[in-house]
Design a protein around this ligand. Structure first.
Ligand code: BJW
Length: 250
């Protein structure tokens, strides 16, 4: 990684009074979790856009649950990587930063980042379609599994599908931060899915700085001020080290 860009990014993070961190599937790629739009992003030739919708679940809940059970089993074998641990370090160095992830894999929490907002939900939580009760379920789920609170069926994954709203309190917390943020650090997302894809645009619109880490050269729908090309598991630890030297922390 080019030292000048790392240095510039660390300086910007150190100077920012208000910050937002946003991660996407790329941060978990080195843990072995397939990204959505990468080469391993298809499951039985289905794209996320085919299965992650309320219409797909209404049409064929068994198929949608098969996809989620497969992903739950896959993620259960994965461990947080160096990028997830670097984010925990960032949280200690930048207490005024709001940490947001689009990922449903729970790997930020598994690394020790307790206060992360999982804006698209969590793979291991179900929501009852009858009474709305939330439950943690690590085992396989089928449409016949009943809610332990009301006995209703079916349970659905507690995630945000296309066409559904992000929980309003989560979105308000994010937009409150965006309305004052001097900078945003975006890691491992294609920037194609809204509303998350609009966060950097909002920071930029207010004159803040957009820092991005991605393996692919700039793409998506928003401008970047500082682009750090490389794997999150390599670049984020380097950024943390640089930030520590800026903040004069051993
Ligand atoms: C690495 C790396 C390494 C690889 N290191 N990098 C405005 C304009 C146009 C459309 C819309 C709009 N507003 C809303 C929409 C519609 C829609 C949308 O955005 N559609 C687009 C496809 C155009 N959005 C919605 O429907 C959202 N809802 C909404 O806005 O509701 C409004 C509403 C209000 C009131 C009432 C009702 C409605 C909801 C979107 C929910 C998205 N859900 C999913 C599934 C979650 C559950 C699950 O996981 O099953 O979220 S879709 C999927 O995409 C998942 C992800 O979180 C999301 C983003 O993907 P991500 O993370 O960017 O992954 P990839 O694979 O795309 O990219 C990986 C990146 O990593 C790549 O860039 C690689 O290069 C990089 N990488 N290895 C660093 N080692």
């Amino acid at each position: 990684m080019e030292n000048a860009s790392l240095n510039e990014a660390a300086k910007c993070l150190a100077a920012a009074q208000q910050l937002l961190f946003l991660s996407g599937a790329g941060i978990s790629a080195e843990s072995g979790v397939p990204t959505f739009r990468g080469k391993d992003g298809l499951w039985r030739n289905y794209r996320a856009e085919d299965l992650a919708t309320p219409e797909a679940f209404a049409r064929n809940p068994a198929l949608v649950w098969e996809w989620y059970n497969w992903r739950k089993a896959l993620v259960a074998q994965c461990q947080p990587n160096a990028a997830h641990f670097a984010v925990v370090e960032l949280a200690k160095l930048l207490p005024h930063c709001l940490f947001v992830t689009q990922n449903v894999d729970g790997l930020h929490r598994a690394a020790g980042l307790d206060n992360v907002l999982e804006m698209h939900g969590n793979l291991y939580r179900t929501r009852c379609t009858v009474c709305g009760a939330l439950e943690e379920k690590r085992e396989d789920v089928t449409p016949e599994v009943r809610c332990t609170h009301c006995g209703g069926v079916p349970l659905r994954p507690d995630v945000v599908w296309f066409g559904e709203a992000i929980p309003p309190t989560t979105l308000k917390t994010i937009y409150d931060k965006l309305s004052v943020a001097d900078a945003i650090l975006v890691v491992g997302t294609s920037g194609t899915v809204y509303p998350a894809a609009g966060f950097a645009v909002e920071v930029r619109r207010r004159g803040g700085t957009v820092i991005e880490i991605n393996t692919e050269s700039p793409h998506g729908h928003y401008p970047r001020d500082i682009f750090l090309q490389g794997k999150a598991g390599t670049v984020l630890p380097q950024l943390v080290a640089q930030l520590k030297s800026q903040l004069q922390i051993a």
